[in-house]
Design a protein around this ligand. Structure first.
Ligand code: HEC
Length: 146
C-alpha cells in the first residue's frame, strides 16, 4: 500500500512539475496575445480614421472655404458668392430639407437642384457613399435650436 502511495506521490509530483513547466511556458505564449491586444484596441480607433473622419477631413478641405468651420456660411470663399451659403445651424432649414436633398446638392451641385451654381458639385464623393452619409450627418450636426 505504501509503495502504491509513493508511486501516486511520484506521479503527482511529476504531474505538478509538468504543470509548473507548462505554467512557466504559458506567459511567453500569452505574450503575443497581449501584443495583439493593443492592435485590437487600435481597431476602435480605426473608425476614427473611417468614414466619419474622412468626411470631416473632406469638409475641412472642400467645404469650409465657403461654409466656414462652423457651417455658418462665413468661409472666405463665400465673400464673392451671391446668394451666400445659408447657416447650417438654422433649425427651420434643417427641418425642411431631407438627407437626400443634402446629399444631392453635395454631389451634383446647386445648379442641379435649382439652387445657385455657387455651390459646386463634388462628384468624387459619389463613389464613397459611407463618407457622403457622414458628410450629411456633419451638416446635420451644425443644427442649433434656440
Ligand atoms: C465655392 C463655395 C462652396 C463650396 C466649396 C461648397 N459650397 Fe455648399 N453652398 C454654397 C452656396 C453659395 C450655397 C447656397 C446655394 C443657394 O442657396 O442657392 C451652398 C449650399 C449648400 C447646401 C444646401 C443649403 C441649402 O440652402 O439648401 C449644402 C447642404 C451644402 N452647400 C453643403 C456643402 C458641402 C458639404 C460642401 C463640401 C463638400 C460644400 N457645400 C461646398 C457654396 C459652396
Amino acid at each position: 500500500m505504501s509503495r502504491f502511495t509513493s508511486i501516486v506521490v511520484a506521479l503527482g509530483v511529476t504531474a505538478l512539475v509538468g504543470c509548473k513547466d507548462k505554467q512557466e511556458e504559458a506567459p511567453p505564449q500569452q505574450e503575443p496575445v497581449r501584443v495583439e491586444a493593443p492592435s485590437t484596441q487600435t481597431a476602435p480607433a480605426a473608425p476614427a480614421g473611417g468614414p466619419a473622419a474622412e468626411a470631416e477631413k473632406y469638409f475641412k478641405a472642400r467645404c469650409v472655404v465657403c461654409h466656414g468651420t462652423t457651417g455658418a456660411g462665413d468661409g472666405p470663399g463665400a465673400a464673392a458668392i451671391d446668394p451666400k451659403p445659408r447657416a447650417f445651424a438654422d433649425p427651420a432649414w434643417q427641418d425642411e430639407t431631407s438627407d437626400e436633398d443634402i446629399a444631392k446638392i453635395i454631389t451634383e451641385g446647386g445648379a442641379a437642384v435649382g439652387k445657385s451654381p455657387g455651390m459646386p458639385a463634388h462628384p468624387d464623393i459619389k463613389g464613397k457613399p459611407e463618407v457622403l452619409k457622414e458628410l450629411v450627418a456633419l451638416v446635420r450636426g451644425f443644427r442649433k435650436d434656440g
